[in-house]
Design a protein around this ligand. Structure first.
Ligand code: C2E
Ligand code: MG
Ligand code: MG
Ligand code: MG
Length: 296
């Protein structure tokens, strides 16, 4: 299927066209098509927010969740955020799309808070384009005010690919988010060109170790050393640390042995649409309410 080939090609990165039977021209045409369709995605109700649990490394208890946007076009089918987020950034659509995700996720998190009262933290990704917006703080305050979500439960994830120099308002905006009471996490830590500079200059509460390192646990001793050193460094800097892409028991054992605080990945749960996530929380509550007799 031509569209599928194209999505895969894009997913693998923009420079890998030669492995697929599409030319750069075709890919560019497809980008234009997607950008046009993306403009109507929000209005047409084609966007969804999925939620992926973050668990405490020691107890494996759910302590938070990350909001991840999904786009399903009626004819083109599901399109990966790896494909459409960059297009949304190029067109500036990310500003309204990002605000929509923020509002939707905050409202949902507040609903779960009212229903289950678990104090779950909500992670929402912010793109560089959003971080440059002078309106960012207004957008975040509005989402908080409208939903009534406790600002301390909201964590904004800032991806490390953003150059601090290229985003003049970045540091100011992050301080502003702290003043609102929100937390900041550095996403994809270790993959950017300036990880340590980031850590030094940004007021971040947490680090998310990129899944490319986690994937190599048990395979590459160098990556294991990097994971271990990152956890240690985060703790010395009094920051929390989350590992992304935890897929197998071996990852879990290693990360736990090295005192990683929280974990996120398919081993625990895939990103879920809100009704499924709700069932997960309901089930968790049911288990907690069960008499101890069942545990033994
Ligand atoms: P991210 O913020 O680093 O999110 C983690 C990605 O890893 C998600 O991909 C998630 O589905 C995937 N993942 C989780 N556990 C595992 C695992 O065990 N193994 C593997 N292989 N992958 C796992 P997803 O949802 O496709 O999103 C990709 C990226 O798109 C995100 O990376 C984030 O940078 C961006 N993104 C997603 N939603 C939003 C959004 O609302 N706003 C912005 N600005 N960016 C978003
Ligand atoms: Mg993220
Ligand atoms: Mg990311
Ligand atoms: Mg990441």
């Amino acid at each position: 299927h031509a569209d599928e080939a194209m999505y895969s090609a894009k997913r693998e990165g923009r420079n890998n066209f030669q492995f697929y039977e599409i030319s750069p021209e075709q890919a560019q045409q497809h980008d234009v098509l997607l950008k046009t369709r993306l403009r109507h995605a929000e209005g047409n109700g084609e966007l969804r927010v999925f939620y992926q649990p973050q668990v405490d490394a020691a107890s494996e208890d759910i302590v938070g969740m990350e909001a991840l946007v999904r786009w399903e076009h009626p004819e083109l089918g599901p399109i990966s955020p790896g494909v459409f987020i960059p297009l949304a950034e190029e067109t500036g659509l990310i500003v309204s799309l990002g605000a929509w995700v923020l509002r939707t996720a905050c409202r949902q998190a507040r609903e779960w808070e009212d229903k289950y009262g678990l104090g779950l933290r909500l992670g929402v990704n912010l793109s560089a384009v959003q971080l440059m917006e002078p309106d960012l703080l207004d957008t975040v305050s509005a989402a908080l005010a409208e939903s009534g979500l406790d600002p301390r439960l909201l964590e904004l994830e800032v991806t490390e690919s953003i150059s601090i120099k290229a985003v003049p308002n970045l540091v100011e905006n992050l301080h502003g988010l702290h003043r609102l009471g929100c937390r900041i996490a550095i996403d994809d830590f270790g993959t950017g060109a300036a990880s340590l500079d980031y850590l030094r200059k940004l007021p971040a509460d947490r680090i998310k170790i990129d899944q490319s390192f986690v994937r190599n646990i048990g395979i590459d001793p160098d990556d294991e050393a990097i994971v271990r050193a990152t956890i240690d460094m985060a703790h010395r800097l009094k920051r929390g640390v989350v590992a992304e892409g935890v897929e197998i028991e071996q990852h879990l054992k290693f990360l736990r042995a090295n005192h990683c605080d929280e974990l996120q990945g398919y081993l625990f749960c895939r990103p879920l649409p809100h009704p499924s996530f709700d069932r997960l929380l309901a089930e968790r509550q049911r288990l907690l309410a069960e008499p101890q007799a069942n545990v033994a």
